[in-house]
Design a protein around this ligand. Structure first.
Ligand code: FBP
Length: 553
């Protein structure tokens, strides 16, 4: 393999563990906290998880090891979208497992949850692990989005686990994958298989967090990567002074990524989906909000700017989600064929007009034609519109353009409006993990093994106090059921981990709200630059503005 100088150097990087884990299992004992209950729907969740509900939170502290010595054979999977640091979770898990007993075994199941079902695995060795230390990506075993949720699937996993003599399974994933981890843990406990299941909180979207889990891994590196790029674009915009850049950033549901990038780069505009939903903003209102900033700046001779648009924004616009729901109905089942058979866009347009309510057609009709067509071209396997594929950065820039043309005619707007569009998502998901993510992920994996060794199941590996230096981080575990409630999914009530959306009374949003009027009209850009891996801690080890603000007094 050809190695870049940075990759070679990163192999040598020794991730920092929380102080209390530094001497390994010999020096660790468990401090039990209070029994937990789910965030909502306690009776229902308790009934669904009779064997794993209500367990105590635990913290590891220094003290004599009281865990039972036994040979461990652990299986691990990476699940869902890539997030920087995934390899280090595996490395931390491997190092803890081998440091505890060199006869312990770690199997990596390939391609995500389906690897467990297909029994497609690799037995990790020092050589394999050493080639992935502190690197980005999930390519060590690959990832996938197969859901582990049916009894039949669990029965297959049970068989595979038995074949390999697995004592535990570690699922590295987001809210859905960890929900499945909780259900699998309950299944394994109910069947008395002796197989423990432990989750690790992953997602660049940052929406798997709560009072216990301070951050999901990957958020730090991904937002730093996007912020570097956004800062570079800001500088370009401020140099050439001729473009407004509309930048969509990933974050399928929550707007944490957009908000963090805004805190890092101070753009002119950043939309926050949760605010749009709370204020029930229409497309026209959002367009006006952006156009006002463009007009003020343009009239001041500043015909450039930067607007950040979160990927999931359109689903937060009430009139737009209603439109999507109606389109899904309009094309349900055989109706898709009928629609596709129409000869041209004009006849399709008439079909749509006749099928939508008046209010939804009005919304449809103001969309640029390219977006209108996207709504009908891109369908998921269930026949639904794939909202994440809608080019919302173009949607808003087009709508702003139309609005500005009116203002120009009316004589209020005197500037010029040239645009560029960008989408930052995949660029950040496999970056070399920042020192924070390298340390945090290694700690999560190392700690996951401690939970296994102490016999816990249905727990999420928890490393907290993250705004402090790693030495002061705390390690322990939290029952996954604590984060669960009942939500309606595909027409059925399901136990799921509650997604953490941006809190409008939280400190990160409040800070943004306080400054955004000034950022909108003045040029207040900040340029975070590239992630630094070597140098002073205040440059290299700092985590996100979001976490710093959340933890500030
Ligand atoms: P996870 O929730 O699985 O971590 O994935 C998040 C994400 O990166 C979103 O930001 C994005 O919308 C989505 O994955 C893209 O998915 P895919 O990789 O399947 O295109």
């Amino acid at each position: 393999m050809n190695l870049s100088p940075l990759q070679k150097a990163r192999y040598e990087y020794q991730p920092k563990l929380p102080g209390m884990l530094r001497n390994g299992i010999a020096d660790i004992c468990v401090k039990e906290g209070k029994a937990t209950k789910s965030v909502a729907d306690q009776d229902k969740i308790k009934a669904l998880f009779p064997n794993t509900y209500g367990k105590k939170e635990i913290t590891f502290v220094k003290g004599a090891n009281t865990s039972q010595a036994k040979k461990q054979v652990v299986g691990v999977i990476l699940s869902g979208g890539q997030a920087p640091g995934g390899h280090n979770v595996v490395c931390g898990l491997y190092d803890a497992l081998k440091a505890t007993d060199k006869n312990n075994v770690l199997l990596g199941f390939k391609g995500g949850p389906s690897g467990l079902l297909d029994d497609d695995y690799v037995k990790f060795t020092d050589k394999i692990i050493d080639a992935y230390r502190n690197t980005g990506g999930f390519d060590i075993i690959g990832s996938g989005r197969t859901k582990l949720e049916t009894e039949e699937q669990f029965a297959i996993v049970e068989k595979v686990a038995k074949k390999h003599g697995l004592t535990a399974i570690v699922i590295i994933g987001g809210d859905d994958s960890n929900t499945n981890a909780a259900v699998l843990a309950e299944y394994m406990a109910a069947k008395k298989t002796g197989v423990q299941v432990i989750g690790c909180p992953k997602t660049i979207d940052g929406d798997l967090k709560n009072e216990d889990i301070e951050a999901s891994f990957g958020f730090d590196t991904a937002t730093k990567t996007y912020s570097e790029l956004i800062g570079n674009i800001e500088r370009d915009a401020n140099s050439a002074k001729k473009y407004w850049h509309f930048i969509k950033v990933m974050g399928r549901s929550a707007s944490h990524v957009a908000l963090e990038c805004a805190l890092e780069t101070q753009p002119n505009i950043c939309l926050i989906g949760e605010e749009v939903a709370a204020k029930k903003m229409s497309l026209a209102q959002i367009t006006k909000y952006i156009a006002d900033a463009v007009e003020t700046r343009g009239n001041n001779g500043e015909n450039f700017g930067v607007a950040i648009i979160p990927e999931g924004i359109v689903e937060f616009v009430p009139e737009f989600s209603k439109l999507i729901a109606e389109i899904n109905e309009l094309l349900a089942g055989e109706k898709t064929e009928k629609f596709n058979a129409l000869p041209d866009w004009n006849s399709k347009y008439e079909y749509i007009k006749a099928g939508l309510t008046k209010a939804s057609f009005k919304v449809f009709d103001i969309l640029p034609q390219g977006i209108q067509q996207q709504l009908f071209l891109e369908r998921d396997p269930h026949g639904n519109v794939q909202v994440s594929l809608i080019e919302s950065e173009k949607l808003f820039s087009e709508m702003v353009k139309t609005e500005l043309a009116k203002r120009k005619k009316a004589g209020t707007y005197k500037g010029k409006f040239g645009t560029q569009h960008h989408f930052f998502g995949y660029e950040g998901r496999c970056a070399f993990p920042s020192n924070f993510d390298a340390d945090y992920c290694y700690s999560l994996g190392y700690n996951a093994f401690m939970l296994i060794q102490y016999g816990y199941t249905g727990y999420l590996s928890k490393v907290s106090n993250l705004s402090k230096p790693a030495e002061e981080w705390k390690a322990g575990g939290m029952p996954i059921t604590k984060m669960m409630n009942i939500e309606r999914r595909n027409g059925k009530d399901k136990p799921v981990i509650r997604k953490a959306l941006v809190e409008l009374d939280g400190k990160p949003f409040k800070y943004f709200e306080k400054h955004r009027e000034e950022w909108a009209v003045k040029t207040c850009f900040t340029y975070p630059g590239a992630i630094q891996y070597y140098g002073p801690a205040e440059v290299c080890d700092l985590t996100t503005r979001t976490l710093a603000l959340e933890k500030s007094r």
